[in-house]
Design a protein around this ligand. Structure first.
Ligand code: F6R
Length: 242
């Protein structure tokens, strides 16, 4: 694993954006696996800026997002569909048909999980998968568990994730209880993984994930088994690594 240490959020975002843009330049029709959350917002801003300057072209890029809440519509400003459009897709020249997320409004979990897994496979390998990390070590919505869930599946969110996400909703009661997410195997099939973390609040989980035992109780720890992982983090998130 490579670790890039950035002094703050801005530098982390720029460094991570540099890796994504290198991928797009090297392979204009690459498949990018994308994440939502607060961590990658600065990275997306930087990509938009480079696109506006004429340095990046998204016209052949294809994307698959990690996850989506179940039971909220695309128009809901908390859906990951809405997030991706607000923070990236609406500002660059990526064709709408090249962007993919799980369909949160499909009530039949088995059907939607099968469809999304198949779609990802049909696109070939994800060239570069972007990840954030939850305080409990979740990646996508793969929560701490006794087993590594393999493929796209529907999860019940843990109380800690509901608590962490309630800042985006009117109240904790409004946070959806379920989500569709790529599974650990889906994520691990990516050729390259770029994981980002910032802030003191992520320091313990970064240490446990990358320097502790590999266990489904810390889902991100499985990344120790992947042969091309880059962690880009600020000083605060790296402050507890050995
Ligand atoms: C988002 C996702 C989540 C987040 C994680 C960290 O698509 O899959 O795993 O990456 O919850 O969220 P932030 O970046 O808000 O700390």
């Amino acid at each position: 694993m490579r670790i890039y240490r950035a002094k703050d959020y801005e530098e982390m975002s720029r460094r991570a954006a540099g890796i994504v843009s290198a991928q797009i330049i090297m392979k204009p029709d690459c498949v990018l696996g994308l994440a939502t959350g607060s961590t990658p917002i600065g990275l997306y801003k930087q990509l938009i800026e480079w696109y506006r300057n004429g340095d990046l072209d998204f016209s052949a890029v294809r994307t698959v997002n990690l996850d989506e809440y179940k039971g909220i519509s695309r128009e809901n400003d908390q859906s990951y569909y809405y997030f991706m459009h607000q923070n990236l897709f609406d500002h660059v020249n990526i064709p709408a048909e090249n962007t993919h997320l799980p369909d949160g409004m499909e009530p039949d979990s088995e059907k939607e999980c099968g469809r999304y897994e198949e779609l990802i496979r049909s696109m070939g390998s994800v060239d570069l998968q972007l990840l954030g990390i939850g305080h409990n070590g979740h990646i996508g919505f793969n929560e701490p568990s006794d087993v590594f869930d393999k493929q796209v599946h529907c999860v019940n969110l843990t109380q800690s994730t509901i608590e962490a996400n309630k800042r985006f909703f009117a109240s904790a009661e409004d946070v959806p209880r379920q989500a569709y997410t790529m599974g650990i195997q889906t994520i691990m099939r990516s050729k390259k993984i770029l994981i980002m973390a910032n802030g003191e609040g992520k320091a313990d989980i970064i240490r446990d994930s990358f320097f502790g035992p590999i266990t489904p109780k810390v889902p991100a720890s499985v990344l120790q088994l992947h042969n091309d992982v880059t962690l880009v983090a600020d000083e605060a998130a790296l402050s507890k690594i050995p």
